[in-house]
Design a binder for this molecule. Structure first.
Ligand code: ATP
Length: 235
């Protein structure tokens, strides 16, 4: 066990109705690191994020944020403890403007970005503030989805495939944003299929296989052992 673990997951199992998807996962997330969950489709990466956030309710084992147990807690309680979740589908509200989407989440803790701070940090969004959220490009929608959770004051960000479906130049921008957030002290867990992107942004990688942790790799391991990783991913 690491003394500096911000989030400790031990023997986590999770179910959708009777169907068991996670089978005793264990890993730690250190304060200030960027950690990816990688693995094949259906391995359980998204379910891991949804279990941390309490969106998947039926779960056993332990998920501790510092000393606090999150299993048994509801999503809104977990959010108030400082964890934010950005789902794969981004959940931009079509009937709301960019500004309204951005200002939608409640401020849950002190230390969140102010409205002015957000617009300064995301000048593209400021330029499009009055546009309808879904009129944005995929990359702008992803930026909006991430910007939105920065208001809440959360320090641990769970991002599900932020690079998915985006052009390479936009993927690069998202990568730069993630590194900026890391510099600002955020701790980030992201699901990622794009290994080149994962390699650029993350300190460590948790390989998920059949609802378990098959391996934990450092950035250097990933650099030197791409073959091994590709075999995990079946690519
Ligand atoms: P992907 O990248 O394809 O989303 P993943 O590793 O994130 O892969 P999960 O989405 O966590 O995998 O899915 C793990 C397993 O749980 C899969 O077998 C999937 O079919 C199943 N599953 C996911 N969501 C549900 C649900 N709402 N109800 C029932 N089964 C589900």
């Amino acid at each position: 066990r690491l003394a500096s673990a911000m989030l400790s997951i031990e023997n986590l199992s999770a179910w959708y109705a009777e169907s068991r998807v996670l089978h005793g996962m264990s890993f730690d997330v250190r304060e200030g690191e960027v950690l990816t969950l990688i693995g094949r489709n259906g391995a359980g990466k998204t379910t891991t994020l949804r279990s941390i956030m309490g969106v998947v309710r039926k779960r056993t084992g332990s998920i501790r944020l510092g000393a606090e147990e999150l299993i048994g807690k509801r999503t809104y309680e977990i959010a108030r403890k400082g964890i934010a979740y950005c789902p794969e589908e981004r959940a931009i509200f079509a009937s709301l403007s960019v500004r309204e989407n951005l200002l939608l989440p409640p401020v849950l803790r002190s230390g969140g970005m102010s409205n002015e701070g957000l617009f300064k940090a995301f000048p593209n969004l400021q330029a499009r503030a009055a546009s309808q959220g879904t009129k944005l490009s995929g990359g702008e929608q992803q930026m909006l989805a991430i910007a939105r959770i920065l208001r809440t004051g959360s320090r641990l960000l769970l991002l599900d495939e932020p690079s998915e479906g985006l052009a390479p130049v936009v993927v690069k921008e998202i990568g730069e944003l993630i590194l900026r957030l890391k510099q600002q002290g955020f701790t980030i867990v992201l699901v990622e299929q794009n290994l080149r992107f994962a390699k650029k942004v993350a300190d460590r990688h948790v390989v998920v296989e059949n609802g378990k942790v098959a391996d934990v790799l450092t950035a250097a391991d990933l650099e030197s052992g791409m073959d091994r990783v590709q075999s995990y991913l079946g690519v």
